[in-house]
Design a protein. Structure first.
Length: 413
C-alpha cells in the first residue's frame, strides 16, 4: 500500500489467507488489549463458517487491500475476553470525547497505520474519523472497490481525531478498569469545557465521568453545569463520592447545589461531609436563596484593623487556594465587626510596616444578610463593585458576594 494506512471499513470483510495462499475466512473485527498496548491491534477475529477464529498480531506476515497473509496457521477459536476492546463492536458508531476539541463526537470510521515489526506487519490505531470522508466510506462499504473509494474521497478534506486525544465513554466501572480507561485527558480540561461536554451526554455517561474523575476536578466542573443536571448527577452517585465532590466546592455553590436536591438526599450527603465544610454549608443553607445571605460566600480573608501590609501578605500566602478569586481584604475589630476594605492591589505599593487602615477604601459599601437579590445587583452596577461584604444583625462580617456570584444570578435569569 502506498500510504501505509488502512481504514476499519476496509479491514472489515478483508480476506485472510494461509501460507499457501488459500482463503481461510474474512475479518469480522479487530481487538486491542489496552493493558498490554493501548494502540496496537492485538488480534483479528476471523469469520470462517459458523465459527470465529483468533489471529494474533505476530501471526500476520502482511496487510494490504489485497488481504491479510499469515506467517503460520495455528489458529484458535475466539472466546469473549473482558480485557479486550473490540474496535467495531465497542467503538464504531459510539460516542467518544474529543479532549482536544472539547466536544462529544460519534465515531464513523477508524484509521490504522500499517507498521513493520520484524517479520510481521501490525496495525496501530492512528485516528478516529468523524467527517464526511468516513461517512462516504461507510455508505459504499462492500459496494465499490476500496481503491476506487480512495480516489473518490481524495477531494474531500479529512476530519479526524488523533487516538491519543480520545476518551472512551464506558459507564461500567469494572469494565473501565479492565480496559484501562484513563481520566487524565478529562482532568486536564478547563472546568467550563468539561461541563459543556457533560451536558451533552446521557445520564449513565455523566455518572461514569463524575464517579471516576478527581473530586476537585468534578467540583469545579459541577459548578459550571446547569442546576437541574447538577442535581441529577449528585443523586446518581454513591453518597460518599457525592460528599467528596461537594466538599471541594465553594461553600455558597455547595449550598445552592444541595438546596436543589431532594431533602433526604441532601441530608445524606451532608452527613458524609467533613465537619468544617459541613458546618459552613449548613449555615448558608439557612438563608433564603434570593437574599444577600443566600448569595454570599464564606471564603474570604479578614484581618484586624490594626494589621499591617506584612500581615496581609502572610495571610494571602496562608490562603493561596483563594488567590484566583480574591481582590479585597476586609478589616474587622475585636468583635469581628466590619470596619473597612482594602483592595488587594494597594498592598504591593507599600512597605510591610504600613498600617492597613491607611489603605482602606474611603467609602465602605456593605449589605445586610437579609437584603434582597435585586438590591445587591443594583449596588454592583451602581458602584462597579468586584466584591461586596455582607454583615449580620450585629454588623459582624458574615460573608462576601463577588462579581462572579452576581453574573451567575443574571445568567440564570
Amino acid at each position: 500500500m502506498a500510504d501505509e494506512r488502512l481504514f476499519l471499513t476496509e479491514l472489515l470483510g478483508l480476506k485472510v489467507f494461509d501460507l499457501k495462499g488459500r482463503k481461510i475466512g474474512v475479518v469480522k473485527d479487530a481487538a486491542i488489549v489496552p493493558l498490554v498496548d493501548p494502540v496496537r491491534v492485538d488480534r483479528f477475529l476471523i469469520g470462517s463458517g459458523a465459527a470465529w477464529l483468533k489471529v494474533r498480531y505476530e501471526q500476520v506476515r502482511s496487510i494490504s487491500l489485497d488481504g491479510i497473509f499469515l506467517l503460520d496457521e495455528i489458529l484458535t477459536p475466539h472466546h469473549s475476553d473482558e480485557y479486550v476492546l473490540r474496535v467495531s463492536r465497542d467503538l464504531l458508531d459510539q460516542q467518544i470525547i474529543d479532549a482536544q476539541g472539547r466536544k462529544v463526537v460519534r465515531v464513523t470510521d477508524i484509521t490504522f497505520e500499517i507498521r513493520q515489526d520484524g517479520d510481521c506487519q501490525v496495525l496501530w490505531v492512528l485516528d478516529v474519523d468523524v467527517g464526511i470522508r468516513s461517512v462516504l466510506r461507510r455508505l459504499v462499504q462492500g459496494v465499490i472497490p476500496p481503491r476506487l473509494v480512495r480516489k473518490l474521497q481524495s477531494r474531500i478534506p479529512p476530519r479526524s481525531i488523533r487516538w491519543e486525544f480520545c476518551n472512551i465513554l464506558e459507564p461500567d466501572p469494572q469494565r473501565r478498569l479492565r480496559l484501562n480507561i484513563s481520566n487524565k485527558l478529562l482532568e486536564g480540561m478547563h472546568p467550563a469545557d468539561l461541563a459543556d461536554i457533560v451536558e451533552d451526554l446521557g445520564p449513565a455517561d455523566r455518572e461514569a465521568i463524575f464517579e471516576n474523575i478527581d473530586s476537585e476536578v468534578a467540583a469545579d466542573a459541577l459548578s459550571e453545569i446547569d442546576p437541574d443536571i447538577q442535581a441529577s448527577i449528585l443523586e446518581s452517585l454513591e453518597t460518599e463520592k457525592a460528599a467528596d465532590i461537594v466538599e471541594e466546592m465553594a461553600p455558597d455553590e455547595a449550598a445552592d447545589v444541595l438546596a436543589g436536591l431532594e431533602e433526604e438526599t441532601s441530608h445524606e450527603i451532608l452527613e458524609e461531609m467533613e465537619h468544617e465544610p459541613k458546618s459552613e454549608v449548613t449555615e448558608l443553607m439557612e438563608f433564603e436563596e434570593d437574599t444577600a445571605g443566600g448569595m454570599m460566600n464564606t471564603e474570604y480573608v479578614s484581618l484586624p484593623e490594626s494589621g499591617t501590609v506584612a500581615d496581609a501578605i502572610a495571610a494571602l500566602k496562608a490562603n493561596e487556594e483563594l488567590l484566583e478569586s480574591l481582590n479585597t481584604i476586609f478589616l474587622v475589630d475585636g468583635c469581628e465587626q466590619l470596619k473597612g476594605s482594602v483592595p488587594l492591589a494597594r498592598l504591593f505599593l507599600h512597605e510591610g510596616a504600613k498600617p492597613l487602615r491607611e489603605l482602606a477604601s474611603e467609602t465602605l459599601i456593605e449589605v445586610a444578610v437579609s437584603e434582597q437579590r435585586e438590591q445587591v445587583t443594583e449596588l454592583f452596577d451602581k458602584y462597579n463593585l468586584l466584591a461586596l461584604p455582607v454583615v449580620d444583625e450585629q454588623h459582624k462580617l458574615a460573608g462576601v458576594i463577588t462579581a462572579d456570584d452576581v453574573i451567575s444570578v443574571l445568567r440564570q435569569k
